[in-house]
Design a protein around this ligand. Structure first.
Ligand code: AMP
Ligand code: ZN
Ligand code: FE
Ligand code: FE
Length: 279
């Protein structure tokens, strides 16, 4: 049985490797199955979907959706959906616009704090990718406002610092319905450090199909707790390295190491094909 990484980012969002570079690296690490889960976009997947077989790698459609749970932004990982589904493509377009609007409000807030930064600098940093806070962090470093990524988040970009901002991201219920309609499954991303057990119960009850049990932010006990929880609720076990390359370098070493067994991918695909049969 081969190993899978179902959580990776590329330059299509806030990763530092292009999709092709990621494929090459995945091959080098001996991975058999890969999902590119860029933030709110499948452009990276589309970019290399026809090349993956040449690297001996099976690509699974994936995306990391930002969704609103009441006023809180949470991450959901979707897999196995039809990448040509019109409603899903529409939602991803709206999410991209929500990111731009949100960045405009972040910039206003930073300017009030005396930080001179504008949207064009952030767009230049993001290139063809969906913009996100790591691009703002990179600009803050380049302009000398902070020394490191974590300093940028602690001083300016953390969820706590931005809690007053309203965002236009889709709701968690909308995420569930659009992904199921597109024949995919949804997993709660990296729950370990983020939610209490009561919150996890509430989140799962919205209609999620799985839990990301394997993630670099989970120690062995958390992995075991979440895997047990998933099994007891008949939910899928998902996982991966959350590889971003140099933009989130603390997870960089886990690529090829934090992996998921192929048997879980088989279950994910089986569940997705059941959803497709229901459409
Ligand atoms: P956004 O998509 O704009 O909400 O940005 C979310 C991304 O920012 C996450 O996926 C991480 O890559 C990164 N991020 C969030 N919090 C931190 C942090 N404290 N330190 C470094 N990177 C972070
Ligand atoms: Zn990210
Ligand atoms: Fe995430
Ligand atoms: Fe991620």
């Amino acid at each position: 049985m081969g190993r899978a990484d179902l959580h990776t980012h590329t330059t299509a969002s806030d990763g530092s490797l292009s999709p092709a570079e990621l494929l090459q690296r995945a091959q080098g690490k001996g991975l058999k199955i890969l999902s590119i889960t860029d933030h709110d976009t499948i452009k990276g997947y589309l970019n290399i979907k026809d090349d993956a077989a040449n690297y001996g790698i099976e690509l699974i459609t994936g995306v990391e959706l930002t969704a609103l749970w009441e006023t809180r932004e949470i991450h959901l990982l979707a897999y196995g959906f039809d990448a040509t589904d019109k409603d899903l493509l529409n939602v991803l377009h709206r999410q991209k616009q929500a990111r731009v609007l949100r960045m405009a409000s972040i910039i206003d807030l930073l300017q009030q704090k005396g930080v001179d930064i504008d949207i064009d600098e952030i767009k230049a940093e993001a290139g063809w990718g969906n913009i996100g806070r790591p691009h703002a962090a990179a600009v803050l470093i380049k302009k000398g406002y902070v020394g490191t990524f974590s300093e940028a988040f602690i001083r300016y970009l953390s969820s706590e610092k931005l809690s007053a901002l309203k965002t236009e991201y889709i709701s968690i219920t909308e995420a569930v319905s659009v992904i199921h309609k597109a024949g995919g499954v949804l997993s709660l991303a990296h729950p370990g450090p983020l939610y209490s057990s009561e919150e996890i119960e509430k989140l799962l009850s919205v209609g999620l199909d799985g839990i990301e049990c394997i993630h670099p932010s989970h120690n062995f006990n958390l992995q075991r707790t979440f895997t047990k929880l998933a099994k007891s609720k008949n939910l899928l076990v998902t996982g991966g390295s959350d590889f971003h390359g140099t933009r989130k370098s603390d997870y960089d070493p886990y690529f090829g190491i934090v992996t998921l067994g192929e048997e879980h991918v088989v279950s994910i695909k089986r569940m997705a094909s059941l959803k497709k049969n229901l459409i």
